[in-house]
Design a protein around this ligand. Structure first.
Ligand code: AP5
Length: 218
């Protein structure tokens, strides 16, 4: 990684890793810490599906089946979201070589975090994830259960399981990750901006490693 001060709101970070590695969890912390917008393509696509927009209708089946939404659609979303932003933390993008190339044509990245997690642990975590239908808050029945079963602590909304957190779809998402997204680790290694993060520990332990990488002081 270069010597640029990444503790600023002009910092451009992406976060890679298999499904359930903890990208969203860690990205939220970094975004708060550095005052950066957290741009998560999965969240954006799920919102489009929920609102039944044209894009949502096109994306729905891909999400449900655990497949990647076509590059042109996702690249267009990201271009629009990044416009006018000096810094950001991008979560869930890029996922293909074509997306990585499009991003490279658009911005100079400061840091790429790659969270590593075993298949067994990601299946365990994703199977236990629940999401509030109203405010979107994430729970985990193993790690962070709600106070009242099936209800959001914050707004009382109904908790549901993401359709793509069913075991067979998790398996599909993992295969897609291995085939199409894992090769991006090498892409960014070649650019010397990649930092590997062990995702197996508790959230706070992983966060410490992430912050070290962000501060470039390990
Ligand atoms: P997306 O929403 O990006 O899904 P994903 O990459 O599979 O990631 P997840 O949200 O499942 O997991 P995460 O790594 O963020 O982990 P989290 O922090 O939530 O994408 C969904 C779909 O959208 C894709 O399949 C595709 O169809 C489409 N899509 C999105 N981007 C696309 C793109 N660029 N191109 C094409 N299609 C695209 O944690 C998971 C669980 O573990 C939570 O319950 C959490 O509480 C828990 N947890 C987190 N950290 C820990 C820890 N350290 N210890 C214990 N539990 C933990």
């Amino acid at each position: 990684m270069g010597q640029k001060d990444v503790n600023s709101n002009a910092c451009k970070i992406i976060i890679l890793g298999p499904p359930g590695a903890g990208k969203g969890t860690q990205a939220e912390f970094i975004a708060q810490r550095l005052g950066l917008p957290h741009i998560a393509t999965g969240d954006i696509l799920r919102d489009e599906v929920k609102r039944k927009t044209k894009l949502g209708q096109k994306a729905k089946e891909y999400l449900e089946r655990g497949l990647l939404v076509p590059d042109d659609l996702v690249i267009a979303i990201v271009k629009e979201r990044l416009a006018g932003k000096d810094g950001f933390i991008l979560d869930g993008f890029p996922r293909t070589r074509e997306q990585a190339q499009a991003l490279e044509d658009l911005v100079n990245l400061d840091l790429v975090l790659n969270i590593k997690l075993s298949a067994a642990e990601l299946i365990r975590r994703l199977s236990a994830r629940r999401v509030c239908a109203d405010c979107g808050r994430n729970y985990n029945l193993l790690l962070r259960p709600p106070k009242q079963e099936g209800r959001c602590d914050l707004c009382g909304g109904r908790l549901f399981q993401r359709p793509d957190d069913q075991p067979e779809v998790i398996k599909q998402r993992y295969e897609v990750y291995e085939q199409q997204s894992a090769p991006l680790v090498q892409f960014y290694k070649e650019r010397s901006i990649l930092r590997e993060i062990d995702g197996e520990g508790a959230v706070e332990e992983v966060l410490q490693d992430v912050l070290k990488a962000v501060n470039n002081n390990d």
